[in-house]
Ligand binder design. Structure first.
Ligand SMILES: *Cc1c(COP(=O)(O)O)cnc(C)c1O
Length: 354
């Protein structure tokens, strides 16, 4: 066993998978599970497949390649780079896409493999990230796709609350439905899927969502029980990830630094309020693993003060626990915290079932 360690509770995640599968079935939605939070963990992908997930989505090609032996449909979430298009052709079943030049390149690559891939043409609905906006361009792109043999228009899709922080609304989804009908009429093609967004969709899905929205791509709700604004979804399991760190120093020390002051390890100006001598613990975790404001101590009397590359400093003065060197201190990471922690090679990932 090594520290820092990120414990991932598969029993809780299984409950979330089962609830989401049931709810999506009731609402006529195909559930695509987004696994990008796990940095390509094959163990997690395997677990999702065993629990009946039919399509796994990830934003990195290398992660999807890692799942190549798994009998599951693979969806590439991030619109592809031209430089990875041959891999997309070889390993994906579906791909989110927006640029006609990329689509043409993919078609060419697929021809040599004699294989077909379903495209989800991304539509910009206000989040100002990827997707086409101009209706003429959407129609002309769809028409071009309609002429191709190895790519086909599986659907149109959109994003909410990723970059532009736009909320999903029923009105925006209705516009997407109208757009699908327009493309179908003008280009004489059938579009089976409208992919209506991410976990944020759950905040409005009890509303009058048009029935044509028939797919959602869900990551954080299944894996962490959170949705829009990273708020807990009460009917899903939360605190699925727990970070365990080891204490390497405990000393009474002044709260403010002293002597002539320069910049910190990250070339930033720092300021400290002098509140006298405090009991401080250092844990073996640093900014290289995770930003210090993205972990919440389970012992709520601990205050996380900050970090340098490899040290995180805690104020433990107010805690009832008398922390000593060698003790393990636990945290619940935020979404961003988990994203960093799973990406760090220095953090052991441990899947537990209990
Ligand atoms: C990350 C992502 C999702 C899933 O988002 P969650 O908030 O984790 O549910 C869906 N679609 C795209 C394109 C994404 O990049």
């Amino acid at each position: 066993m090594s520290y820092p360690q990120l414990e991932i509770n598969l029993s809780k995640i299984k409950i979330n998978v089962d609830i989401m599968k049931q709810k999506c079935k009731e609402k006529g939605l195909e559930l695509v599970v987004v696994q990008k939070l796990l940095s390509g963990s094959k163990e997690m992908a395997q677990f999702l497949v065993e629990n009946g997930i039919k399509t796994i989505a990830d934003s990195r090609m290398s992660n999807l390649i890692n799942f190549k032996d798994l009998k599951v449909q693979k969806m590439l979430l991030r619109i592809p780079m031209i430089s990875e298009i041959d891999q997309v052709a070889q390993f994906c079943d579906f791909v989110l896409i927006s640029e006609i030049s990329t689509i043409q390149r993919l078609e060419k690559s697929l021809q040599s493999l004699n294989k077909k891939i379903g495209l989800i043409l991304m539509i910009e609905t206000g989040d100002i990230r990827e997707g086409l906006w101009d209706e003429e361009k959407i129609i002309s792109t769809s028409r071009e796709i309609g002429k191709m043999k190895n790519v086909f228009l599986q659907g149109i899709g959109t994003n909410f609350a990723c970059y532009g922080a736009t909320c999903p609304t029923i009105e925006k989804l209705e516009k997407l439905v109208a757009l699908k009908q327009k493309i179908e009429n003008e280009c004489q093609i059938k579009i089976p899927t409208i992919s209506g967004g991410s976990s944020t969709h759950l905040t409005i899905w009890e509303g009058d969502i048009p029935k044509e929205i028939n797919q959602i791509r869900v990551g954080s709700a299944v894996l962490m029980g959170i949705g829009l604004n990273d708020e807990r979804i009460p009917w899903l399991q939360g605190e699925t990830f727990k970070l365990k760190t080891e204490v390497i120093e405990v000393q009474d020390k002044p709260s403010a630094s002293w002597g002539p002051r320069a910049l910190d390890a990250f070339a930033r100006e720092v300021n400290f309020e002098d509140i006298g001598v405090r009991k401080k613990a250092i844990i073996a975790l640093g900014r290289q693993d995770c930003p210090s404001d993205e972990i919440i101590p389970i012992d709520s009397d601990i205050k996380v003060l900050g970090s340098s590359s490899d040290h995180t400093i805690l104020d433990v003065t107010d805690s009832k626990n008398k922390y000593q060197v060698g003790d393990i201190i636990e945290f619940i990471p935020t979404y961003l915290g988990n994203l960093s922690l799973t990406t760090s090679n220095y953090v052991e990932k441990k899947f537990i079932k209990k």
